[in-house]
Design a protein around this ligand. Structure first.
Ligand code: KIV
Ligand code: NA
Length: 274
């Protein structure tokens, strides 16, 4: 049975921590589900970790639909959330059209939008129309040029605004909120005030769940991962070692052997070459 919004609410009430992870393609989604992940995010971090961009800004709705569809095809029991990319939910009409594509074409069960008060009416409208919406507060990468990539809401006034934004998103119908790069004590306090679950990234242990980026947890970056990430594997190095071996074996003639080749009747070949 696929994870539902109610499951997430019950997990918060029961104090069960929620595990969320990003994914961008079918085989990855299959592996995540086999590993026990039941909540996947097709993040617009796609731009950085998969498409070679240096921010999430260039990611298009077409990019998101294509990758979210691939992730959706890889899972059965996992709730898939898809990010709406930069400026695809600036008006209610845009947000509705974008959410329609993500749910109907890509097959996700929910969408995620960045921001507080200014997008509350959009969150309310989508929710009324039956679109499950997740919020995203704190450091919101689509505003990285305005915010700077740094911990947010360290000052009382910003921290208060974040709490008010979180409450407003909840009131508008959001089923959960990602808190990114906010002080742990603030994230914990916000989590306690909310009925809906918070999912933290760089927001400490007091959130109701955690989300991490696929490439960070698996060590798939050649670049350094952010401080809030933890490497649970060194898969990039494992890939490189395997590929070095492949290069060596083709160069030396060790690959392919008869085991990887196909046979043909000698007489057929003789006739063909005659
Ligand atoms: O795009 C993304 O991967 C995200 C997570 C970091 C929350 O939004
Ligand atoms: Na994102």
């Amino acid at each position: 049975m696929r994870t539902t919004l109610l499951d997430l609410l019950r997990m918060k009430q029961a104090g069960e921590r929620i595990v969320m992870l990003t994914a961008y393609d079918t085989p990855s989604a299959m592996i995540a589900e086999r590993a026990g992940v039941r909540l996947l995010l097709v993040g617009d971090s796609l731009g950085m970790v998969v498409l070679g961009n240096d921010s999430t800004i260039p990611v298009t709705l077409d990019d998101m639909v294509r990758h979210a569809a691939a992730v959706s095809r890889g899972v059965q029991d996992t709730l898939v959330v898809g990010d709406l990319p930069f400026l695809t939910y600036a008006s209610e009409a845009d947000a509705i059209a974008s959410a329609r594509r993500m749910m109907q074409e890509a097959g996700v069960q929910a969408v995620k939008l960045e921001g507080g008060q200014p997008i509350v009416p959009i969150v309310r409208r989508l929710t009324e129309l039956g679109v499950p919406v997740m919020g995203h507060l704190g450091f919101t990468p689509q505003a990285q040029y305005q915010l700077g990539i740094r911990v947010q809401a360290r000052q009382a006034s910003d921290a208060r605004r974040l709490l008010e934004d979180a409450l407003a998103l909840q009131e508008a119908g959001a089923f959960g909120i990602v808190l990114e790069l906010v002080p742990a004590v603030l994230a914990e306090a916000v989590s306690k005030r909310l009925r809906i679950p918070t999912i933290g990234i760089g927001a400490g242990a007091g959130c109701d769940g955690q989300v991490q980026v696929w490439h960070d947890v698996l060590g798939l970056h050649s670049a350094k991962s952010p401080r809030h990430a933890k490497r649970y594997g060194d898969i990039g190095a494992a890939m490189e070692a395997a590929l070095r071996l492949y290069v060596e074996e083709v160069q030396s003639g060790a690959f392919p052997t008869a085991a990887q080749s196909s046979k043909m009747d000698e007489s057929e070949l003789a006739e063909a070459l005659a």
